[in-house]
Structures are given as C-alpha cells and as structure tokens.
Design a protein around this ligand. Structure first.
Ligand code: 4AD
Ligand code: MG
Length: 429
C-alpha cells in the first residue's frame, strides 16, 4: 500500500491507495473522485474507456466519506491538489457512508462541535492537528537537545497551585478530597533540585468560569524548571523557545499553513530579541493609548491586546504587582511590592501564551506567602523541604499548547486547537 504523501516517488507506476471519498464530480464519461488517506488528498480519474462497465457503475455508488481502495497509474499534474492525479484501473468499495452529516455547505459552529469526531476529517482540521503534532515535537526536541530531563508530575493532587477558584474537585477514598492538577510546577521544582533542568508536559485542568475564546477547562502545558536560573535567564529561555517553535513550523508545515490561509509574514518576524517591558511600562502604554486601566490590577485579555499592538513580535511583560500573582513567586529585591514574574504576550491579539517567574527560595518568605494566601500548610510541607535542604535560586515558566497552536494557525478560538475540547459548556463528544 502506498500513501498519498509519497506519490512523487511513484510517478508513472501503478499503485494502490486506500482511504475515504472527500469529494466528487462527474461529467459523462469521467468521474473525478477526490480521495483522502490521512496523509494528503489526490484526484482519481475514472474514465469510462479505461474500465469495465461494472466498475464505472460501482464507482458511482461512492458517497462522501465512503471508504474504498483504488488502483491506478500516478501522473504528475501541477494543477491538481498535491501535484498528482491517479488514472484509475481498479476500485473496490470498503464501506458506503450514508448521509454524512458534514457536507461541503456551511455549518454552524455548534453543529460542527457536536460532530467533532467527524469534523476532524476535514481539511482545515487536518492541517491544525498536523501543526499541533509538529509543535509538540518541536517542544520535546527543544528541551531534549538542551540537557533537560522530562519529569512527569501527578495529575491527582492534594492542593491548588494557581489559586483555589479554578480547582476541579474529586472524592478520594478515605483521604477526603483530591484535585485535578492546575500545573505541574511545584513537582517540577522538586525535579529541578534533583536533575538541574527538567520539563513537564501534559494535560492540566482549570475550572475556568470564563467563556472566552482563550480558555479551556482541560489544556496541555509544557513547564520547564531550572535550578540556578534567575528571571533574566528565564526570559532568555522563553524567547529562544518561542522562536524555535515558530520557525520550525514555518519550515516544516508550509502546506498546512497555506490550507489555513495563515498570513505568515507576522510569524516570520518572531525572532529574538523580543521586547521586554515592565508591568509599570505596560500600564504607561495603556494610559498613553487612553485605555482605562489602574496600576495594581491584573492585565486582562483586552489590555494585553492593546499592549501587543505596540510590537511586531511577542512581548515579555515582567515584574507584576505581587498581589495579582501566585504565592510561589519571588519578590523583587528592589521593590517588594513586585513579583519577579514574566508573561509573554503573543501578537495579533492572541494574548498570554507563557506565564512564569523566579521562585521564592527563602523558607521564611515562602511560609509567610502560604499563610497570606490562606493555603493549607500541611500539604506544602514537602514543597517547603525544597527550601530547607539546599535551596537555590530557580525559575521556570509554563507555555499553553492550545494558545500556541491557536496563534500559529491563526484560529478564532481555542476549541479548534485540540482534538476534543473541554469547555465550561461542553464535555462531549
Ligand atoms: O499563567 P499560568 O496560570 O502559569 C502557571 O500555571 C505556572 N505554574 C507556570 C509555571 O511557571 N510553571 O498558565 C501558564 C499558561 C498560560 O500562559 C496559558 O498559555 C495557559 O497556560 N493557560 C491556559 N490555556 C488554555 N486554557 C486555560 N484555561 C488556560 N490557563 C492557562
Ligand atoms: Mg498566567
């Protein structure tokens, strides 16, 4: 069996392809069957003069998404999708699809979401999934080739990491309640003290009550954590990482970006160095643009968009008011009102893709924060141990996979950036 992506190697030869009918049209003695096999699409031409009467009639039975096997000669044809065409000699139907619900006409988004299990077969969704996969590989390659060790954190956890308002709760035998992890970071910190540089990469959960295009309740996050890195080292790594992902996709997923009609000129500019501004400078930008905002508040999606419009590539905003950030962040020694935090904001209105910080490495300070945030100290004893036994400065960040996919693909909403999205109002199919 040959795959459509390899047809260039078979020009002039007879091959057998297997797949599904994407589309078809006919005119008298000719039937044009567009076959997709998961690796690409190709037009198969059934000419009445080349095949038996029975086979010509059999081919007419094919409906959209019916599965079939087809044998023919590969011809080069630049005008066709994929650059090839198949001159059909034989054809076998595997299974007829009756009334496939997603037709070439326009469908509403809720209808498509209800049929997500079928929608993933369509061309744009195919392109997005192939870009997502390549981004995942780029992420792994980036860390694996820089001395990082993959360190898998648990998903079932006894406490919150990123605030208690977005915790998913589950009963847990005799131990009472457990929670789905919001972030692997605290465990990654233990890993960094053992292995130096680690990363976690897996699903994380937030009971987000927000119904925005940027929020899922289940999303994937990659979290590097590095011993002996300060905030500047953290930012250096973050910009090198984002540049690597974007440039890799530009090189390796050209066809998919074309299918998505992505304007890649904006992505081509994603090169180091990225602008770095403090939170206070970001607030000044908002003021200058007459965008209402008060120093001390957290930056929301709309604020981020206004700030990002000032720059032609991702912008790093550092040193936020500690009050709006997580308990584990180290305070700025020059102004303890500020946390040594960094958020990376994607261009074109895609908002925050990275959140990170230098971590509080002083035992007493950290204890104080846990109390201030009203967190149950008993569940953090192991985390405090990391400060008791050879504490060192360390930093890390988390990159949201779906936000990154959505930005690179130019999508309107995160729901198309993951095979089966989970949102406040949807947990099917
Ligand atoms: O900024 P966040 O909450 O940071 C953390 O979880 C840290 N513990 C990371 C670390 O320092 N190791 O989340 C990190 C990123 C965000 O920038 C965003 O890209 C993504 O995770 N994210 C979401 N993506 C989709 N849906 C949601 N509800 C998301 N919440 C965060
Ligand atoms: Mg954040």
């Amino acid at each position: 069996m040959v795959y459509i992506k390899d047809l260039a190697k078979h020009v002039g030869n007879e091959v057998t392809l297997k797949g599904w009918l994407y589309n078809k049209r006919s005119s008298g003695k000719l039937q044009f069957l567009v076959l997709r096999d998961g690796t690409g699409i190709v037009q198969c031409v059934v000419f009445k003069g080349n095949v038996s009467e029975e086979l010509f009639e059999e081919a007419k039975r094919l409906t959209q998404e019916s599965s079939f096997e087809v044998t023919g000669i590969v011809k080069k044809d630049e005008r066709q999708v994929g650059g090839h065409e198949l001159d059909v000699k034989d054809l076998k139907i595997i299974s007829i699809a009756n009334d496939y619900p997603i037709t070439p006409k326009e469908h509403g988004i809720e209808f498509l979401m209800d049929h997500r299990h079928l929608w993933v077969r369509s061309r744009k969704q195919w392109a997005i999934m192939r870009i997502r996969h390549r981004i995942v590989k780029a992420i792994r390659d980036f860390y694996d080739s820089r001395g990082f060790t993959l360190f898998d954190p648990p998903i079932i956890t006894p406490n919150a990491v990123e605030g208690t308002s977005t915790l998913f709760e589950t009963p847990y035998f005799d131990l009472g309640k457990a929670y789905l992890t919001q972030s692997g970071q605290l465990y990654a910190e233990a890993g960094a003290m053992a292995l130096g540089k680690v990363y976690t990469f897996g699903p994380t959960f937030r009971a987000e009550k927000s119904k925005t295009r940027r929020h899922l309740t289940e999303f994937w996050m990659v979290e590097p954590e590095m011993a002996f890195y300060d905030l500047n080292d953290d930012m250096d790594l973050a910009e090198e990482f984002i540049e690597y992902i974007v440039q890799t996709i530009l090189e390796e997923r050209k066809e998919e970006l074309e299918i998505l009609e992505r304007d890649t000129s904006n992505l081509e500019r994603v090169k180091r160095p990225f602008p770095r501004i403090s939170y206070t400078e970001a607030v000044e930008i908002l003021k200058k643009k007459n965008h209402e905002f008060e120093w001390g508040n957290d930056l929301g999606g709309a604020d981020e968009t206004v700030i990002s419009e000032e720059f032609d590539r991702p912008v790093m905003i550092h040193r936020y008011p500690a009050a709006v950030k997580a308990f584990y962040m180290k305070r700025d020694p020059e102004n303890p009102e500020l946390a040594l935090a960094v958020d990376v904001i994607a261009p074109e209105g895609y908002g925050e893709i990275i959140g990170g910080s230098q971590r509080e490495d002083d035992l007493d300070e950290l204890l104080k924060r846990i109390k201030e945030h009203d967190l149950p100290q008993e569940f953090f004893e192991w985390y405090l141990d990391l400060r008791k036994y050879g504490s060192v400065p360390h930093s890390g960040f988390g990159l949201g996979l779906e936000r990154t996919v959505s930005w690179i693909c130019g999508l309107d909403h995160l729901r198309e950036a993951i095979p089966f999205p989970r949102m406040i109002y949807r947990n099917t199919p």
